[in-house]
Ligand binder design. Structure first.
Ligand code: ADP
Length: 635
């Protein structure tokens, strides 16, 4: 039995153990150990994060950019100050050039020239240092904002009840978490800062132009500004439309990708790979078209504004030049004008682009606001109390429920189970068996009537304390990417290796796990696709066993198992049901017969209830199910 120390990653114990066992890979060779240690030393530490998770929807004001940024206002102010310094330092250049030419070169004053050149150099060095600090500062700030937004949306998704996931497409939720948050991330990272830098540059340059020479400034702006504004406005509208459809299209691309990955087995089995590629080609093609439309707009806008800018400079050269000849302008001022003018257009161009980024950010904010506003249907009551240790008596009293409240699936259902009793639920497909199970686990709340454990209405207790005492084994067990141990100890990650082995032994799969290359440390892949259906079921049973719930809700797997696996599952079930209240949605008579009582559900109502013998004697649905089974068994 593998009760030894776990085979840790690069651990010295595992190296020695592997070497002793004569295994081919005996860990890190000695001569490389020093390098490995050095790499591990460079790895950042990840202390456990201080995450507070509340089951209750926080409510409060709707999500807006302002409400999200407000708590970070001091840091944002810091970023703005750095941006102001950076802009002023950068825009000092042409003004210093003007002083250098007029007072230094023109007047033949060498010391002024040297001083001005020194100042220029100083300004550039300071600008570089400031820029270094600013990029790091705003980068960290942007990353912090994005991270906190991601955690907020993810926590919100974790809080949602099952109904939400039935309604929402996983692909669309992925889009919210990827491209929408990405759009906002970019806004936090560069958008807001660049917006401030460019806006400020524009203001600074305009002021300096007017200070240098109001007449020339006015003429220049009148010549170039109207064309630029018209062009920018056109471009903004065109690209706004284009990016709007890019956003929608990327949602479709991601949705299709997600569906193709999740349904890869069905796609392969039904020979739909080629069709799938064709479909993907179409959605990606639409996405490309939308992007091309934005590119076409940029291909007109960029050269047109550049041409306006150069034409403006030519005009300034002509008009300003003749003013120099008149003596109403100095050469230095003309030079400064030309330099500032060339720096004037870059901010207009970037502001137009940034406006798009801002629009995209706002669209993302709108979508996230919608998402964050959905309150979970199953919500914890404000005065919810923790559920004390229960015996496990379950009662449904006059329960009426429909996924759509207008269409009841269960009508006025009452049912009670004593602590420790097991109940098998049988009946035709679509009768409402799983729905009863979902109400007992509080995945949904009934529209009327109550569901209670030991007399505690499920709606009056905290969700966490309820789930701690409830075990659920779904029909298709989900295994997470990780080791067997991670998967079995899912409900109680602190469980020791011994406890994991006990659960595996109790459910009879210990010998199977022992046969795996790394025992309980063997990695299973996402969804457990590397294990057989029977093995997955047994692991799910072991997982429920380890959680030691008082009440167990089990949806029996319908998948056909070979006789040996079936016998194992039967055995595992015996171990699991021992001393627990259990509700089993049974698909096989053998399982139903094992339960203390059997409930037959048909059309949203319990039509028969009693022990196996009672129901056989009753001569109803169960009796006919039984006789069919007996006939099958005898043939
Ligand atoms: P059973 O487990 O007996 O096969 P269910 O309890 O799963 O049946 O389903 C009962 C009825 O409720 C069915 O008609 C089914 O179509 C419907 N139903 C089940 N789940 C949902 C859901 N998430 N949303 C809407 N209707 C549902």
């Amino acid at each position: 039995m593998g009760f030894g120390p776990p085979v840790g990653f690069m651990g010295t114990n595992s190296n020695t153990a592997a070497r002793d066992a004569g295994l081919p890979h005996a860990g890190v060779p000695g001569h490389l150990q020093a390098e490995v240690d050095a790499v591990l030393d460079r790895e950042p530490d990840h202390p456990p994060p201080g995450i507070v998770f509340d089951q209750r929807h926080p409510g409060g004001a709707p999500f807006t950019l302002r409400s999200f940024l407000w708590p970070h206002r001091l840091r944002l102010l810091g970023a703005l100050i750095l941006v102001i310094i950076e802009t002023v330092l950068l825009q000092a250049g042409p003004l210093l050039t003007q002083i250098g030419i007029d007072r230094g070169v023109d007047e033949g004053n060498r010391s002024v020239l040297v001083t001005v050149a020194g100042l220029y150099l100083g300004a550039i060095v300071l600008h570089a240092v400031n820029s270094w600090v600013r990029i790091r500062y705003t980068g960290t700030l942007g990353e912090d904002l994005s991270k906190s937004l991601r955690i907020r949306v993810f926590s919100h998704l974790q809080r949602q009840s099952l109904g939400f996931y039935t309604r929402e497409k996983a692909g669309v939720l992925m889009t919210r978490m990827t491209s929408d948050i990405e759009a906002l991330s970019q806004l936090f990272q560069e958008g807001l800062v660049s917006f401030a830098v460019q806006g400020l540059t524009l203001v600074v340059i305009t002021v300096v132009l007017f200070l240098l020479n109001p007449t020339l400034a006015l003429i220049t702006l009148c010549l170039v500004l109207p064309t630029t504004l018209v062009l920018s406005n056109w471009f903004r509208r065109r690209s706004d439309m284009a990016y709007g459809s890019v956003r929608d299209r990327i949602g479709e691309v991601l949705s299709h990708l997600q569906e193709s990955l999740a349904g890869v087995r069905v796609i392969t089995a039904h020979n739909r790979r080629r069709h799938n590629v064709i479909h993907h080609n179409n959605v990606v093609g639409d996405h490309k078209e939308a992007n091309l439309s934005a590119i076409r707009a940029a291909s007109i806008y960029t050269p047109a504004t550049e041409a306006t800018s150069v034409a403006g400079q030519a005009a300034v050269l002509a008009i300003g030049g003749s003013m120099v000849l008149n003596g109403s302008l100095t050469i230095g001022e003309l030079t400064a004008f030309l330099l500032y003018l060339s720096a004037f257009f870059a901010p207009i161009q970037s502001l137009t682009q940034l406006y798009n980024g801002y629009q995209q950010g706002q669209a993302a904010v709108r979508k996230l606001r919608e998402l964050l506003a959905t309150a979970p249907e199953v919500e914890e009551a404000k005065n919810a109390r923790p559920l004390p240790q229960v015996e496990g008596a379950i009662a449904l009293t006059n329960v009426t429920f429909g996924y759509d409240p207008e269409v009841p699936i269960l009508s006025n259902v009452s049912l009670s189970l004593q602590a420790g009793e097991s109940l098998a639920v049988v009946g035709p497909t679509g009768a409402g068996k799983s729905t009863i199970a979902k109400l007992i686990t509080r995945f949904y709340d009934p529209q009327s009537g109550t569901v209670s454990i030991d007399g505690h209405d499920l709606r009056s207790v905290t969700i966490t304390s309820l789930r701690e005492q409830l075990g659920v084994v779904p029909q298709e067990p989900f295994l997470f990417a990780g080791t067997i141990k991670d998967n079995v100890a899912f409900a109680r990650p602190s469980a020791s290796d011994e406890e994991v082995w006990q659960a595996l032994t109790a459910t009879g799969i210990d010998d199977l796990v022992e046969g795996l290359p790394n025992g309980i440390d063997t990695v299973v892949h996402e969804r457990g696709s590397s294990l057989s259906a029977g093995e997955r079921q047994l692991l799910a049973l072991a997982r429920a066993f380890l959680a030691r719930p008082r009440v167990l809700v089990l949806d029996e797997a319908t998948s056909n198992l070979d006789l040996q696996s079936e016998a194992r599952v039967e055995q595992a079930l015996d171990a699991l049901l021992e001393g627990r209240t259990a509700i089993i949605i049974a698909h096989r008579l053998a399982t139903a017969m094992k339960a203390d009582r059997i409930a037959v559900v048909d059309n949203g109502a319990i039509v028969e209830l009693g022990s196996h013998d009672e129901l056989v004697a009753l001569g109803g649905y169960y009796a006919s199910m039984h006789s069919t089974w007996v006939e099958h068994a005898s043939t």
